[in-house]
Design a protein around this ligand. Structure first.
Ligand code: SF4
Length: 360
């Protein structure tokens, strides 16, 4: 396995995904495709992880799916084009510092900050079949902040709707830096970090807004596993074509002879993301003049999807389970080395290390 230095002078980028099982096109277009671009740009030192500890905050009563789902997500990461030679891919629970920093940051995070996180109430309502009155669920924003701050990440690539989480991370970092501006020089010398004295221990990460095109599921709502309307990255071509056949269309096109509008049709939205300009022109023209039928139009949309999915599926098939585990082990080891650099600074700043003058 190629050795990558644990630190570089490039800005650090970090993002993760919960192990929800096989990923779908919405995950790919909303995050993964962009991660691959970031990694390939070589501008950033990239860390991408599978947030299995986050899965525990809601799935604590039945943990049987977490490990298999972690491997599926890892396979999808690799299939989408993440390359362990260019970025660090790791599993959150395999980096033990992810258990330590949330505890320390939990001490300084006011309860009100957690209770006001919009997704806290929202998820409790959406997952009404689960008891989410647990401490871990309330504290998940602290876990999330720790994920980012452990790597002293400069940027977090997120969509518009996730900006609030990064803002809370910034607030927690600010509060930490106010309480513990820096370690004494003796403590820094002790950990060999004299050169970073002038910097706050936990830099405030910035949002790297990622473009995420509107990607409807087969029922016209946002593509989401919880709606059961997804097209998975692993769906074979016949399944993709079948799913598209059942996809909702512009409600104005009741009969074949009715004109429609691709701008009011979920299939039209798929065309905008996946089809060529020539196909798009045929769709607009044919739909608005009732010159084409929806079945034909959906077939063209399926062609575009299959073009994207084929190389992803070929790459997926090229990895064995053993290889995936090795990549995750190696990535987790590298992530742990980087996280430990931060933890040394955190422990020193909080005076949680025993130095020779501690006991005076
Ligand atoms: S022709 Fe295509 S864009 Fe028009 S309503 Fe049918 S599926 Fe939608």
């Amino acid at each position: 396995m190629a050795e990558i230095a644990t630190s570089s002078s490039r800005p650090r980028v970090l993002s993760g995904m919960r192990p929800t099982g096989k990923l779908h096109l919405g995950n790919y277009m909303g995050a993964l495709a962009n991660w691959v671009k970031l990694q390939d740009s070589a501008q950033y030192e990239c860390y991408f992880f599978i947030a299995d500890l986050h899965a525990l905050t809601t799935d604590y009563a039945d943990t049987s799916g977490i490990a298999p789902n972690t491997l599926e997500v890892a396979l999808d990461f690799l299939a989408a084009g993440l390359d362990p030679k260019k970025c660090t891919i790791f599993v959150q629970s395999q980096v033990k510092q992810h258990y330590e920093l949330p505890l320390l940051l939990g001490m300084i995070t006011p309860l009100g900050w957690l209770e006001r996180v919009p997704s806290y109430k929202e998820m409790q309502e959406n997952l009404a079949n689960k008891d989410l009155t647990n401490y871990g669920f309330l504290g998940y924003p602290v876990l999330m902040a720790s994920d980012i701050l452990l790597y002293q990440a400069d940027f977090v690539p997120v969509g518009q709707d996730q900006q609030a989480h990064v803002e809370l991370t910034r607030e927690i970092a600010r509060r930490f830096n106010q309480f513990y501006p820096k370690a004494s020089s003796a403590e820094y010398e002790n950990i060999g970090q004299v050169e970073v004295l002038h910097l706050p221990v936990l830099p405030e990460p910035k949002v790297l807004l990622t473009p995420s095109p509107k990607l409807p599921g087969t029922d016209g709502r946002k593509m989401s596993k919880s709606y059961g309307n997804t097209i998975q990255l692993t769906d074979p071509e016949p399944v993709v074509r079948q799913k598209l056949k059942t996809m909702v269309t512009d409600p104005a096109r009741v009969r074949r002879t009715d004109a429609g509008d691709p701008d009011k049709c979920p299939v039209g939205d798929l065309h905008k993301v996946f089809s060529t300009p020539e196909t798009m022109a045929k769709v607009y023209d044919g739909c608005r003049s009732a010159g084409i039928g929806c079945i034909e139009c959906k077939g063209w949309a399926a062609d575009g999807l299959v073009r994207i999915l084929q190389p992803i599926q070929e790459r997926r098939a090229s990895f064995s389970a053993t290889q995936v585990k090795e990549i995750l082990d190696d990535g987790s080891r590298r992530a742990s080395a980087r996280a430990e650099e931060t933890m040394r600074q955190v422990r020193a700043a909080m005076q949680m290390t025993l130095t020779s003058d501690t006991g005076q």
